[in-house]
Design a protein around this ligand. Structure first.
Ligand SMILES: [Fe+2]
Length: 489
């Protein structure tokens, strides 16, 4: 059997290190696992290690599917799995794994931007170089001396459609620039290419030797996992986004219903944490004419009102607050946590973090990002829109970057390190910003867009955007089950 596995893998160009084949042979479902490895041609590493085998062994598509289905079914999701309750409970509390707060170094000159993009390129190139399809990846200056089978990684300087409907990209690394043509009928012909994203290319030079015709476009992507496995936690994390206190469209009645539910409903007894991913208040001077839509026209008074609004949350709930594009902190991302003059208005138990932020709560990694870049993703790809932000979130994970486009709708700060690179693979990825409520899953990661507490604004009416407010998505940290509680009328 060992020989036949090695032969099959050999034919497909899959390499295994010796310990990996031993682990594979020891699996009860070795053949199914081997099949998963063969099918995952887009993502498996060049040489499979025993850790990779363990990953594929766990990645039983049936269990992934079941877990996703549970995620959409609130009633079945409430049942705690037996496996979870037998495990020891992890330590309670919120740990910030990574955010910009206290680490900002930027002074905003051109050199700083060069450092930011260099850091982005080198981190993502490292991820790409592990991809089997890019084995033998070369700097562009060296790759361009070849005629066929060029493999290189670069940052996209420019991307445009040709008059025949193909996509012409200019790419760059630290050694050179190169033109790449993605033919409209090729396997990647329909994919959106964003300015400033980092891509791997496999291709050959055209006959005149001027441009590379892409055979494949490779993105760093996240590894396939079976998702959250039980860990003994009995806590639930709830996501309350885009509260927009201060706006005259803030939903008072629905908010009171949420507070009442938190204090009385038996399910709420398990809620240990409420994470608020941005747009805590409506702010002032955020868009022209906003003053006509404000109930509270002083930003400090808005935060004081928010402080008051969460006072009746049960005291066993740890609240975590993150800024968004309406909050009183620099607009350029990564955004640091709110400053002292604002945080001092709140109970000292509230935790303030930056945007984006990686949190660890009871053994689970949560990537929280307000989601401003969804605007750029939506305007740059045909299949993305304001009703399906979970699709834009998948595009971020594929690119391992939260906001690749520089100079469009999402302002970026010239930090020396790119805090928007997704260098940690989370268990849960949450965004807000677009005011809809979505649950989904991508390669084992729970995806959440966390609704809002504001009815349709004049801006949304003008752009035909229908919000889905007053909903609270929740994740059970022990089992990974997801569901939504609705407080809408
Ligand atoms: Fe918002």
């Amino acid at each position: 059997m060992k020989k036949s596995f090695l032969n099959t893998f050999g034919e497909k160009g899959i390499l295994l290190d010796p310990s990996a084949i031993e682990i594979l042979m020891g699996l009860r479902d070795a053949e199914e696992c081997a099949e998963r490895i063969i099918k995952d041609s887009g993502n498996r590493p060049l040489v499979l290690t025993k850790e990779d085998i363990a990953r594929y062994a766990c990645a039983d598509p049936a269990s992934v599917e079941n877990s996703a289905r549970r995620g959409h079914d609130r009633d079945t999701a409430r049942t705690t799995s037996v496996g979870a309750s037998r495990l020891p409970a992890p330590t309670r509390g919120v740990k910030v794994l990574k955010d910009i707060t206290g680490n900002s170094t930027c002074v905003g000159n051109v050199i700083d931007f060069a450092k930011l993009f260099k850091d982005r390129y080198s981190t993502l190139k490292k991820m790409l170089s592990k991809r089997r399809e890019l084995a033998g990846l070369m700097p562009i200056a060296r790759a361009r001396k070849l005629e066929r089978d060029l493999r290189f990684a670069g940052i996209v300087n420019d991307s445009r459609s040709t008059k025949n409907g193909h996509t012409l990209i200019e790419m760059e690394d630290e050694t050179d620039k190169i033109q790449v043509l993605v033919l409209k009928n090729s396997i990647r012909g329909n994919e959106a290419i964003f300015k400033d994203e980092v891509l791997g290319v496999v291709g050959s030079f055209s006959k005149d030797g001027k441009i590379v015709i892409a055979k494949d476009i490779i993105r760093p992507d996240v590894p396939l996992t079976s998702g959250i496995t039980p860990n003994g936690s009995e806590s639930v994390v709830a996501f309350v986004s885009d509260v927009h206190i201060g706006s005259n469209t803030f939903l008072d009645k629905e908010w009171s219903r949420l507070v009442g539910w938190l204090r009385k409903d038996p399910v709420a007894k398990d809620i240990g944490y409420i994470v608020m991913p941005g747009d805590l208040v409506d702010g002032i001077g955020i868009y022209p004419g906003q003053e006509d839509e404000l109930r509270i026209d002083d930003v400090y008074a808005q935060y004081a009102a928010l402080s008051e609004a969460i006072k009746d949350f049960p005291d066993w709930i740890q609240v975590v607050m993150m800024p968004g594009n309406h909050d009183a902190v620099r607009l350029a991302e990564p955004q640091p946590a709110l400053s002292n003059d604002i945080t001092s208005l709140f109970d000292p138990a509230v935790k303030f973090v930056g945007n984006p932020c990686y949190l660890e709560i009871e053994g689970r990694t949560i990537l929280a990002y307000h989601g401003k870049s969804i605007d750029d993703f939506n305007s740059g790809a045909r299949h993305l829109n304001y009703t399906n932000p979970e699709e834009a979130m998948k595009e971020m994970l594929k690119r391992r970057h939260l906001a690749p486009v520089y100079g469009d709708k999402t302002p970026l700060a010239p930090e020396q390190k790119d805090y928007l690179v997704i260098n940690i693979v989370p268990d849960i990825f949450v965004t807000g910003h677009v005011h809809v409520c979505k649950l989904d899953e991508y390669r084992g990661i729970k995806l959440i867009n966390a609704s809002a507490w504001q009815s349709q604004t004049a801006f949304q009416r003008m752009h035909n955007q229908m919000p889905d407010p007053a909903k609270v998505p929740m994740v059970h940290l022990g089992t990974g089950d997801c569901w939504v509680e609705s407080f809408s009328s």
